[in-house]
Design a protein around this ligand. Structure first.
Ligand code: PNS
Length: 165
């Protein structure tokens, strides 16, 4: 039996916490598809192609069974399109739990054949989020502990290109 999982998110941009979850999920599943939600209404800092490209760079050494794909619409439809029986999400702290439970139960209602699995983010990344990293970068702080190298570089370039960001 081939175990296929999707790991959906906004990834604006991918952080070390996301990457840690992806690395561990890559060991658990035969195929892992990282799904980047294309939701222009959220006004992401990085457009969909940039987010997909940054993730591809960061997961290049995880193996060919890890791929990255953009999607819009429902996560469960994305999972079905990829023949995935699992959704992977990371949990950093108790504060994540309520929203994640709501999403997992909604997804189960929509697609009972797709189960959500949670991986606890490594302790050192428990405080990391894309929005905090962007805020720290915006005010000139050091984001190297929060973001993979190429992502920190891209964020710093974006901030310099448009200081209003
Ligand atoms: O990185 P995020 O922003 O926490 O990821 C949230 C995401 C993309 C997983 C969630 O918003 C999502 O699944 N959106 C797609 C729409 C959907 O399926 N909604 C119903 C499930 S809550």
């Amino acid at each position: 039996m081939t175990r296929v999982a999707v790991f959906p998110g906004s990834f604006d941009p991918i952080t070390n916490a996301h990457l840690d979850v992806a690395e561990r999920a890559a060991k658990l599943f035969d195929r892992l598809v990282i799904g980047v939600l294309n939701n222009p209404k959220k006004h992401p800092l990085f457009d969909i192609d940039e987010r997909v490209g940054l993730i591809r760079t960061c997961v290049a050494d995880l193996g060919e069974h890890v791929t990255v794909d953009a999607f819009d619409g429902l996560t469960v439809d994305f999972a079905r399109r990829h023949g995935a029986g699992f959704i992977v999400r990371g949990l950093r702290a108790v504060s994540d739990f309520e929203a994640e439970l709501q999403m997992a139960l909604t997804n189960r209602k929509l697609a009972p054949e797709v189960d959500t699995t949670f991986l606890m983010t490594a302790l050192e990344y428990g405080f990391v989020s894309s929005s905090l990293a962007k805020e720290v970068a915006r005010f000139g702080g050091d984001v190297t502990a929060m973001l993979p190298g190429p992502v920190a570089q891209a964020l710093s370039e974006r901030m310099h290109a448009d200081p209003r960001v």
